[in-house]
Design a protein around this ligand. Sequence first.
Ligand code: BGP
Length: 455
Amino acid sequence: MNTFPKDFLWGASTSAYQVEGAWNEDGKEPSVQDVRPPVPGTTDFKVASDHYHHMKEDVQLFKELGLKAYRFSIAWTRVLPNGKLNPAGLQFYQELIDELLANGIEPIPTVFHFDLPASLQAQGGWSNRKTIDAFVEYCQVLFDNFGDRINYWQTINEQNMLVFAGAAIGGEQADWKDVFQGNHHMLVAQAKVMKLYHEGHYPGKIGPAPNIACVYPKTEAPEDMLAAEYMSAIRNWLFLDAAVFGTYNTMAWHILETLHAAPEVTEEDREIMLAGTADFIAFNYYNSMTVSGANTKGGGAKDQQSGFSLPGFFQMEQNEQLQTTAFSKWAIDPVGLRTTAHQIYSRYRLPLLITENGLGQEDILTEDGQVHDDYRIDYLNDHIQQVYLAIQDGVELFGYCPWSALDLISTHEGYKKRYGFIYVNRDDFDLKDLKRYKKDSFYWYQKVIQDNGLA
Ligand code: BGP
């Protein structure tokens, strides 16, 4: 029996635009996700899993599953549509938080998960400095309204993937200079918000939620090791060094200068970044990366997890040791999760929370309402095993929130790519009855939580 620490937060995750639906109800403004054309062969995010109208029923299912925590995101566009406070939007999250607490589930909100208000995007989005102030104002509203009941806040979901895979997840493809100026504004906005939170003396903790993946050298060649270091610097440590140390990672900065993409950083920005730092680190992990250092031709990211190359620094490679997922051909690497946790913890010595990890696959609902997703159970089992071992190794890791609590719309592959413990009866082009069914993985995870570990 692999028993976990007593108060370990067994959780599950979702994000607002992927699960809620009700994209234009009760005063909500469209986000960049609502206005983007659907990826060919998929549908849009407008109904999603209709969680907005099934919230109480879904929380009851989370309770039955035994969740100790639920990680969700708050839609900026509900709370401050076109910059104006919307009580109806706040009310939804008020009720969700109350409902979770009443059922013994720790609410873990992410403030911003890929769904920038469309009105801000029309003014340049993150490349416009004014978006910093809009973000700070939005977060102050959240702290004022929910600050007394939230123990763990996450600022920005996968800021690094917004930068490297922006086009796949609803952003706009811009040149590197623009992308990294926008990235810098996000870092300053995040630091301002963390400072604001600390100065408000709220009872909880706040931190970032990037996608972090260990990077393997393709061979034992020293150039490959150096390439792996470069990729880690620009993909991982740039984001965490900024959030935890309040400074830019030096290797990452060198890459940015070489690409003519170093942002303009004012003296005031520097001070803000140093003054607003994280209390804990939430991170998402789906797979590891592998790179080589020779013949670095370049090549952009096709989605959040598949890696990318930078000429002169590193070339993404296939890892022949690892199997890949059926859907997107992402490497399956549970040991890589343990290595990633080691790397983060030894660099930053802050408590860690895993906020995403999971397997997207097509599921089949049988005529008698069952879903036999043993592939998902295997995937999660192997990763949980490594989480256990990471804790044994001394990593301070206090929770695991796999993606996703219930089926939802994939970032770029529609509804058929499912992740949930709970099946939602709809497909890409037919909304059906949106009825909820418990998958085999639901019963399996329920037992893991009951036993506080793997048998
Ligand atoms: C992460 C995102 C999630 C989620 C997940 C799975 O990068 O934070 O929002 O979508 O990836 O990816 P996908 O939906 O593309 O399969």
